[in-house]
Design a protein around this ligand. Structure first.
Ligand code: IFM
Length: 486
């Protein structure tokens, strides 16, 4: 259900005042491996990312998550900072190798205690905890046993979900199974720019299916342990795909990327079937016989909302030479993350880009929300990640001024508001990220935080955007500096 939104219609060229629904959730987001550090503390064992970081040439500057922002020790200060900013929710992930180190067997009390302390403190400060079970840190032992391309990993994931729900279900009421399974499958097993760094297109498709299956099993495990008021979701990094032209080959390229990026997950999870065109497009690689009878029914579980991560739109044409796959903004590899779509070329939308080289285009977020609402009527949406990396620095006054990030956030929040005003049930927005952190293959070279982290000392400095976002979050009103573009 959508709460009425007061939209003060702008006059041409004037700033707008956009009021969000009273219960709209304003949050920030992080992930365990990107911020926690303490990689070998209290029983944690290596995940695939620890291994990947130690493989020469994989991560920029040889960076690792060993220390990261040291949130494992500085969590109290970080929660206090969120409270000072005035955000009402915090999305974080649980580290599987901290809770169930080998991916099998009983949980480790010290690992659970960390999250119990963290969530107690959040609740104490009136910040709603939103926990993600899996943000890419698969215990290395499970990868050694075959990883996500193997079915058994889905069963392991459901066991871990039960352990987490039993230990934290009394205080965490909002849960997400997977974060961005597209990255886990296609970057992890296809192009190899993410851990575990494998480059096998069939393994990537198998991984996607077993992540779907793990999601379905985990939702059932969570429902079995959590109180009935618990909210359960999954977070997908939707690719809002646009064809470069109306020519048939470009329109078909957009359809194929949409199938491989989005519908491979939303099909089974939300509609109860894999898309036929996905099977046809990949038929030369696999017959999909790893999808067993009953799997899709198991994957298709009722969800309380859908987590949406959006950064940039995806512009494609169908004319890349077979030997290349263009740059799709997901790191450089000789191997495509798009099985069966090597002839698809990726393009930048004209206009500004972020330090990731990603186009800044809030209209993509607005269109995506309208499309999701049309495709999955009645399913509430939550923006679980949105934000931008820029080359931030501390000025001689000790401040970090990041006007580009403020402009990015303003444009995207206005786009969310337009979707709500059009009737889309968007329940909240989580800025990625609370802190500068370990940006996977880019190491610490990209800063997404609203709060600057001085890595040698661990000192936190809220950037201008953090103060700006805090004001919007506290008031629930966005004052745009220019009329937002429709
Ligand atoms: O840092 C990542 C995050 O872990 C998942 N979503 C995209 C972010 C920016 O690349």
């Amino acid at each position: 259900m959508v709460t009425a939104v007061r939209h003060v219609a702008p006059q041409a060229g004037t700033p707008e005042t956009l009021a969000f629904p009273p219960l709209f959730l304003w949050g920030t987001a992080t992930a365990a491996y990107q911020i926690e550090g303490a990689a070998a503390v209290d029983g944690r064992t290596p995940s695939i990312w620890d291994t990947y970081c130690r493989t020469p040439g994989r991560v920029r500057n040889g960076d690792t998550g060993d220390v990261a922002t040291d949130h494992y020790h500085r969590w109290r200060e970080d929660v206090a900072m969120m409270a000072d900013l005035g955000v009402g929710a915090y999305r974080f992930s649980l580290a599987w190798p901290r809770i169930q180190p080998t991916g099998r067997g009983p949980s480790v009390q010290k690992g659970l205690d960390f999250y119990r302390r963290l969530t107690d403190e959040l609740l104490e400060k009136n910040i709603k905890p939103v926990a993600t079970l899996y943000h890419w840190d698969l215990p290395q032992e499970l990868e050694d046993a075959g990883g996500w391309p193997e079915r058994v990993t889905a069963d392991r994931f459901a066991e871990y979900a039960s352990l987490a729900a039993e230990a934290l279900g009394d205080r965490v009421h909002t849960w997400t199974t997977l974060n961005e399974p597209w990255c886990s499958s296609f970057l992890g097993y296809g192009s190899g720019v993410h851990a575990p760094g494998r480059t096998d297109p069939v393994a990537a498709l198998r991984a996607a299916h077993h992540l779907n299956l793990g999601h379905g099993k985990a939702v059932q495990a969570l429902r079995a342990s959590l109180p009935s008021r618990a909210q359960i979701s999954v977070t997908l990094n939707f690719h809002h795909v646009r064809p470069l032209s109306e020519q048939a080959q470009d329109v078909d390229a957009a359809r194929r990327i949409d199938a491989l990026a989005n519908r491979v997950f939303t099909g089974p999870m939300l509609k109860g079937a894999y898309p036929d065109d996905l099977f046809q497009d990949t038929a030369r690689l696999t017959d999909w016989s790893f999808v067993r009878d009953g799997d899709v029914q198991e994957i298709h579980q009722p969800l309380d909302f859908l987590g949406v991560n959006y950064y940039s739109p995806t512009l494609v044409s169908g004319d890349a030479p077979e030997s290349s796959h263009g740059s799709d903004g997901h790191g450089n590899s000789a191997h495509s993350p798009w099985p069966g779509a090597k002839d698809v070329a990726f393009h930048l939308t004209p206009g500004p880009t972020t330090a990731m080289g990603w186009s800044v285009d809030p209209t993509g977020l607005n269109e995506l929300l309208l499309r999701l609402d049309a495709d999955f009527p009645g399913l509430p949406l939550m923006i679980t990640e949105n934000g931008a990396a820029f080359d931030d620095y501390v000025n001689p006054q000790g401040e970090v001024n990041d006007p580009d990030r403020i402009a990015y956030l303003e444009g995207h929040l206005a786009a969310v508001h337009r979707a709500i005003a059009a009737g889309v049930d968007v329940r909240g927005y989580f800025l990625w990220s609370l802190l500068d952190n370990f940006e996977w293959g880019y190491g610490y070279s990209r800063r997404f935080g609203a709060v600057y982290v001085d890595y040698p000392t661990g000192k936190r400095i809220p950037k201008a955007s953090a103060h700006w976002y805090g004001k919007v979050a506290r008031s629930g009103v966005l004052h745009t500096s220019t009329e937002s573009v429709d």
